[in-house]
Design a protein around this ligand. Structure first.
Ligand SMILES: *[C@@H]1O[C@H](CO)[C@@H](O)[C@H](O)[C@H]1NC(C)=O
Ligand SMILES: *[C@@H]1O[C@H](CO)[C@@H](O)[C@H](O)[C@H]1NC(C)=O
Ligand SMILES: *[C@@H]1O[C@H](CO)[C@@H](O)[C@H](O)[C@H]1NC(C)=O
Ligand SMILES: *[C@@H]1O[C@H](CO)[C@@H](O)[C@H](O)[C@H]1NC(C)=O
Length: 337
């Protein structure tokens, strides 16, 4: 259950990290578990953009950072901020979990409260937003908070009504003036440490794949092995972009090795495939100066085949004609003698 929830969490997380390519974000993905599981009661995974940079749990109460251990002033700051933020998170999520458990009359079993909480920074270093989202048992979204420097929204969720204006104002001040500065400060510190991982540029490799799927043909455009995740991938037919609604796929997925992949597929009927069309797959990516493309021409093999058979027929006709003339000539000489 815990593992499943973490999995769901990461899935829903990957759909949210879709912000502009110039900005960076820092997210804490936290789980609070009630009930017997092999997992610690409270765990947090910290992500810088899409890179897992730190881990914290209620057993060790010490954030563990990826790579070399932070030292000196950076160490003190990271660990102090971590202590403070994770401590508050732990108590808050624990409170919510018990409240919701009673609200739903859940007596036994495993209950999981999940929180996604973090901030985004513009590429000029200015804070862009802070947000938080809580989910109970991977089903009920029970609290959302969002502040983008101009707009503050807070929804206590249907599960805990009765939150008033005073509470909203308190949260706005707390998140805007306390958590946001801490989050941005931590983001900058970790960004400096992880510069090589976050700023790396790996160009996509591109394939145009034709295959038969239950009688229908599918022309797929596949880009893989690229980083960062932002990519523009277009399938063109005879130089015209194919409309997005005609395509299936289109979701950027992690490949598991720190790079991403994206596939866009077009169903093509057998009839259509016989026609001569030029399919082109083109990609633009931060790592590329120029667009990358691969092309394929449908109907071309058939054309070659029919050209070949026309040639064969013509050859046959010439041979037959030769034989005919030959035979006729021989007959003529035979009748003359
Ligand atoms: C929980 O139990 C109480 C009393 O037993 C009942 O009034 C309430 O409707 C129950 N709530 C749910 C969500 O089932
Ligand atoms: C903040 O969000 C509101 C509502 O979605 C939007 O109208 C506004 O332009 C946003 N402000 C910034 C600075 O992005
Ligand atoms: C198909 O189109 C692309 C771009 O539109 C072009 O570069 C390529 O040469 C064309 N291929 C054929 C076989 O016509
Ligand atoms: C993708 O296209 C959009 C709109 O044309 C452009 O703003 C963006 O920079 C492109 N992204 C990449 C990675 O080329």
């Amino acid at each position: 259950m815990g593992k499943l929830s973490v999995f769901l969490f990461v899935l829903s997380f990957s759909t949210i990290v879709n912000a502009g390519s110039g900005s960076h974000s820092l997210w804490a993905l936290a789980n609070y578990i009630i009930g017997e599981t092999p997992f610690p009661e409270f765990t947090v995974v910290v992500m810088l953009d899409d890179i897992h940079v730190a881990y914290y749990d209620s057993n060790d109460k010490q954030p563990v950072y990826r790579g070399p251990k932070p030292t000196g002033k950076i160490h003190d700051e990271l660990f102090q901020d971590g202590d403070y933020v994770f401590g508050i998170m732990y108590h808050h999520m624990k409170g919510r979990s018990f409240h919701l458990k009673h609200h739903f009359n859940l007596t036994g079993g495993v209950q999981v409260q999940q929180r996604m909480s973090g901030c985004e920074m513009l590429d000029n270093g200015e804070p862009a937003l802070i947000m938080e989202k809580d989910t109970f048992n991977a089903i009920y979204t029970d609290q959302t908070l969002y502040y983008n420097m101009t707009h503050f929204t807070y929804d206590a969720g249907k599960l805990r009504p009765g939150y008033d204006g005073v509470r909203r104002e308190y949260l706005r001040t707390l998140y805007g003036n306390v958590f946001l500065p801490i989050c941005i400060r931590t983001l900058k510190t970790i960004l400096k440490r992880e510069k090589n991982a976050v700023m790396r540029k790996v160009p996509p490799r591109l394939r145009l794949i034709k295959k038969e799927v239950s009688g229908e043909f599918q022309v797929s455009c596949l880009a893989f092995g690229f980083y960062p995740r932002h990519i523009n991938l277009t399938l063109l037919r005879d130089g015209q972009p194919v409309a997005e609604q005609e395509l299936t796929g289109g979701e950027v997925l992690p490949s598991g090795d720190g790079t991403y992949q994206l596939r866009k597929s077009l169903e093509v009927s057998t009839e259509e495939l016989k026609k001569r069309h030029n399919y082109t797959c083109t990609a633009s990516h931060l790592s590329l100066d120029n667009k990358l493309d691969v092309s394929w021409e449908s109907g071309a093999e058939r054309v070659h085949l029919s050209t070949l058979s026309v040639l064969l027929v013509m050859l046959l006709v010439v041979i037959l004609l030769g034989i005919f003339i030959c035979v006729k000539g021989r007959r003529r000489t035979a009748s003359q003698t």
